[in-house]
Design a protein around this ligand. Structure first.
Ligand SMILES: CCCCCCCCCC/C=C\CCCCCCCC(=O)SCCNC(=O)CCNC(=O)[C@H](O)C(C)(C)COP(=O)(O)OP(=O)(O)OC[C@H]1O[C@@H](n2cnc3c(N)ncnc32)[C@H](O)[C@@H]1OP(=O)(O)O
Ligand code: FAD
Length: 615
């Protein structure tokens, strides 16, 4: 769409007091990465076959999937070319960099998301060298998915009921679904797309259960794509979002796979049925850990999209004068609006930085694990659980806040905010449900509180627990260091309160698990335990309001620095040129309900009633 840039946005950009490009380079971790990112954007977004004439929202569930699959294989080809170096752009900060522009292409989810993001990465991390050499061929016929959750069990994975029983006479595992609740349910790409999967099942050898292990199973014929004998597979139906991801169900009826299809890097079953234990029994859960880490950066990116849309719209939208004799103001001038939006910008930066830090920590800990050192795994797991939980919960709440900040127009699908919300809120549940993950972190914290309470030596990271017990915390100071100290006090105070409740329940004769359950609300909620006073809060509040005013002239510059292209934002409200109303009218004209001047239902249903007495 041609035309001038909205005058208010032009003025906002003139007001900006910092170098927008410099911030973009910081976000990309260097100018070189910005250049590479833009090359990828240009390359992929210029592929004409990836763009639709009819907006996604007007397609049926089936048409959406078919359209998405067409695009997914174009994108897959490009990703393969990038990896093999046939397109000369490589080396990226985090995987999300390459994949983020797909949001614009699919306006939903790439049906190959799990194939690329989880299937290949799990094989790369958990299969033996020989298995990798066989399965990770660039021209492989396999389209895979990650099959863990069952109809009856998602969070409590030890309760998974699918079995893999070793048959030493044939050197095979027999995969079996013993009952309805054991049907696999949810895996992305399973419904129609995948012909193979990594399936999590309870391993049985000679009647002994060795717990959960991962197996590669072919489920559809590579040529005809028909389900193999003994496989019952299908799609689970429409969802709040993720409607192009063909999430599926899967049942096995004594389906046989070779013994060598168990992922054997960390754990082995030998030909004679000997079980060789892993060095750490949670290494099988490694893919969940990696995805949780990756998600933090992805959620930061979703926040930057929502903030870009809502801030640009708030600069263009004028409604109500502040003083009655003045013209209507940009809604961005209302301090309450600034509060809604600037927090979203800030949170995006916070989770971007933390996500990158976690990505690097994961790389470091994985290298250690490779050398046989498991020492850092529990801390990484506790951090990943907590950060995945709060980043997804914050992101979905803030995306919704941005949507509401755009008033009625935020409710339009063409604003793209409802789709970003549906995508973001799913992350609160998948890859470990919010409360369940917080309880994992609580379990870790309580362990160290117990050491502190018993005056046993603590690792340096937990020295603040001891400080709290000895009341060594300094008086609150309104500074970044003071805020960090305040948070330490909150964690220590909260952990203490939960620990005390737990102990009290135990003293009253409860079993540990029951006592834990009774303390679980305390274990997941944070409250104010720091030395902060009422006066401090007032000072913080007024500093916060000063900061809102300081940020105000730079708001549009700050979101421009995210440098997200219009094709990715897909929003009538958030485009760079700010031609909001023109774009809204153009999108409305695409509604099929505008195709006929008089819709045929008028003749069928309305006219017979309204004209009844006049005919
Ligand atoms: C084309 C695009 C490609 C994209 C590529 C990248 C793009 C990035 C963007 C991403 C965007 C979207 C992608 C996502 C799409 C959707 C994917 C969804 C996939 C799924 O949902 S898969 C299913 C996930 N399921 C879960 O997460 C289940 C949650 N439950 C659990 O994890 C466990 O049951 C549990 C809650 C952890 C409990 O486990 P368990 O009962 O076995 O353990 P205990 O509580 O008894 O604890 C025992 C002991 O073990 C420790 N521990 C537990 N887990 C781990 C771990 N993972 N690592 C290390 N240690 C672990 C625990 O701390 C205990 O230790 P302790 O005994 O206290 O010492
Ligand atoms: C969009 C989407 C995509 C998905 N993709 C995949 C995929 O590709 N592969 C795959 O295998 N799975 C996938 N899943 C499944 C997902 O991983 C699970 O839904 C998730 O792990 C939560 O498990 P659940 O559904 O069993 O929830 P439940 O565990 O039944 O949770 C229901 C409620 O019970 C509470 N609860 C449960 N246990 C406890 C506890 N111990 N203490 C306190 N409260 C508890 C929870 O907090 C929650 O409030 C996907 C899910 C979604 C929504």
């Amino acid at each position: 769409m041609g035309g001038r840039v909205n005058e208010d946005l032009i003025k906002e950009r003139r007001k900006c007091t910092f170098d927008i490009k410099e911030l973009t380079h910081i976000i990309d971790c260097g100018e070189e990465n910005t250049i590479k990112r833009k090359q990828i954007d240009n390359y992929i977004l210029n592929i004409k076959e990836l763009w639709d004439d009819v907006p996604e929202e007007y397609l049926s569930h089936k048409e959406r999937y078919e359209n998405a699959i067409k695009k997914a294989f174009i994108v897959l080809k490009v990703l393969r070319q990038l990896h093999t170096g046939n397109i000369q752009i490589t080396d990226h900060r985090t995987p999300t960099n390459v994949y983020s522009i797909q949001d614009g292409i699919f306006r939903n989810v790439n049906p190959l998301l799990i194939h690329i993001g989880l299937f290949w990465s799990t094989i790369a991390a958990q299969a033996s060298t020989e298995q990798q050499a066989e399965w990770l061929q660039p021209d492989s016929s396999m389209i895979g998915t990650y099959v863990q959750t069952e109809l009856g069990h998602g969070s409590f994975i030890r309760g998974i009921e699918t079995t893999a029983t070793y048959d030493s006479t044939t050197d095979e595992f027999i995969l079996h679904t013993p009952r309805l609740s054991a049907y696999k349910w949810w895996p992305g790409g399973l419904g129609n797309t995948a012909n193979a999967c990594l399936v999590m099942a309870q391993l049985y050898i000679n009647g002994t259960c060795h717990g959960l292990h991962i197996f590669l199973a072919q489920i559809r014929d590579f040529d005809t794509h028909k389900p193999l004998p003994g496989i019952k597979v299908g799609e689970i139906g429409p969802k709040m979002g993720f409607n192009t991801a063909d999430n599926g169900f899967l049942g096995f009826d004594n389906h046989r796979i070779p013994r060598t299809n168990m992922l054997m890097k960390n754990v082995q079953v030998l030909r004679d049925g000997t079980y060789v234990k892993p060095k750490h029994d949670k290494l099988t859960y490694g893919s969940m850990l990696l995805t949780r880490v990756t998600l933090i950066s992805d959620l930061a990116y979703q926040l930057s999209k929502a903030a870009t849309i809502a801030v640009r719209y708030s600069a263009v939208r004028r409604q109500s004068p502040i003083k009655s004799n003045e013209p209507e103001r940009q809604i961005l001038d209302f301090v309450s609006q600034q509060h809604k939006l600037f927090i979203t910008i800030a949170s995006s930066h916070v989770y971007r930085v933390v996500g990158l830090w976690m990505w690097n920590s994961h790389k470091r800990v994985t290298a250690d694990i490779h050398e046989g050192n498991m020492g850092q795994l529990p801390e990484l797991h506790a951090l990943a659980c907590c950060l995945k939980a709060i980043s997804s919960r914050d992101a979905s709440a803030l995306v919704e806040q941005c949507r509401l900040a755009c008033g009625g127009h935020g409710y339009m699908m063409a604003s793209n905010l409802p789709q970003i919300y549906a995508y973001t809120t799913a992350a609160v549940t998948y890859e470990g449900e919010y409360t369940v993950l917080l309880l994992q972190t609580a379990r870790y914290l309580v362990k160290f509180w117990r050491l502190a309470a018993e005056h046993k030596p603590l690792p340096q990271n937990f020295a603040y627990f001891e400080d709290y017990i000895k009341k060594n915390f300094e008086q609150w100071r309104n500074s970044p260091e003071g805020i960090i100290e305040g948070f330490k006090a909150i964690v220590a105070g909260k952990t203490k309160a939960a620990y005390d409740t737990l102990q009290c329940n135990l003293r009253n004769g409860r079993e540990f698990e029951e006592a834990w359950n009774m303390a679980s609300v305390q274990l997941t909620n944070a409250s104010e335990y720091s030395t902060i006073s009422r006066n401090d809060i007032e000072a913080l509040q007024s500093r916060y309001e000063e900061l809102l005013a300081l940020i105000r002239p730079n708001a549009v510059g700050l979101v421009d620095a995210f440098d997200i292209r219009d094709e990715v934002l897909c929003s009538t409200l958030g485009a760079y040129d700010g031609r909001v109303y023109e774009r809204m009218m153009e999108e409305a004209s695409k509604s099929p309900l505008n195709e006929d001047v008089v819709n045929e239902s008028f003749h069928k249903y309305i006219r017979p009633v309204t004209m009844k007495n006049k005919l």
